[in-house]
Design a protein around this ligand. Structure first.
Ligand code: G3P
Length: 216
């Protein structure tokens, strides 16, 4: 499973790339607003740092507007792929952009039928939001299971990207179900490497090492 970072923070991307666990990045208007930087400049910098897709989200509501924004994003860097919302207009824009050779990430997916339509529109990536479904008392991971099943039934090549990830259990379940990608907030990315027993084990080895007689 590929691991993406869900961020527009350059330092976070730099850190994940340094350790070799950053297969791509997803951004959105909320994440870029948090950084207070120019969107295009930030996208270009991230795209230069990462060897993989970097999603840039359109804000127009009509297909024509999304096409204009999407084409401009795609010109910024070869790694940039265009994010459009899962609406009829978004899926229309997805079909046009895909025909032009621009890869599309269809976002804000909350149902299996929406994911089916995105695959039929030729989406490169579908982004179901598991955390936001959990927030309203539904089971986000169940949606991932349903989409995996449907895509496998018909051999759709659209990649399932698990978004709105809130904790490491979402990541483990994504991998067990067979999602293609999970995009993680930096905090969750860091949590993937840690376990209290690992820390305790290191401490014990270090303490015992002090007791080993050393030749002078
Ligand atoms: O990038 C989209 C998605 O991951 C947002 O997550 O936490 O705002 O629901 P969240």
């Amino acid at each position: 499973m590929q691991i993406f970072l869900d961020t527009a923070n350059l330092k976070e991307v730099e850190e994940a790339v340094k350790y070799g666990f950053c297969d791509g990045v997803t951004t959105n208007p909320s994440l870029i607003a948090k950084e207070g930087l120019d969107y295009n400049d930030t996208l270009k910098k991230i795209a230069q740092m990462v060897n993989g897709p970097v999603s840039a989200e359109t804000v127009a509501l009509d297909a024509g507007g999304m096409l204009g924004e999407g084409r401009a994003f795609a010109k910024l860097h070869k790694n940039i792929i265009v994010k459009v919302p899962l609406t009829k207009e978004g899926l229309l824009a997805c079909q046009f952009l895909t025909k032009e050779g621009i890869r599309v990430n269809v976002t804000l997916c909350f149902s299996a039928n929406q994911a089916l339509m995105a695959a039929k529109a030729g989406a490169f990536i579908i982004s179901p939001f598991v955390g936001r479904l959990d927030d309203i008392g539904q089971t986000g991971m169940e949606l991932i299971r349903e989409i995996r099943h449907i895509y496998d039934n018909y051999e759709y090549q659209t990649k399932i990207l698990v978004a709105s990830v809130r904790h490491p259990v979402h990541v483990k379940e994504s991998a067990m179900i067979g999602a293609d990608i999970a995009t993680l907030p930096y905090k969750v990315w860091e949590q993937l490497f840690t376990h209290p027993l690992t820390d305790a084990g290191i401490q014990k080895f270090l303490d015992d090492w002090k007791k080993v007689p050393k030749k002078r």
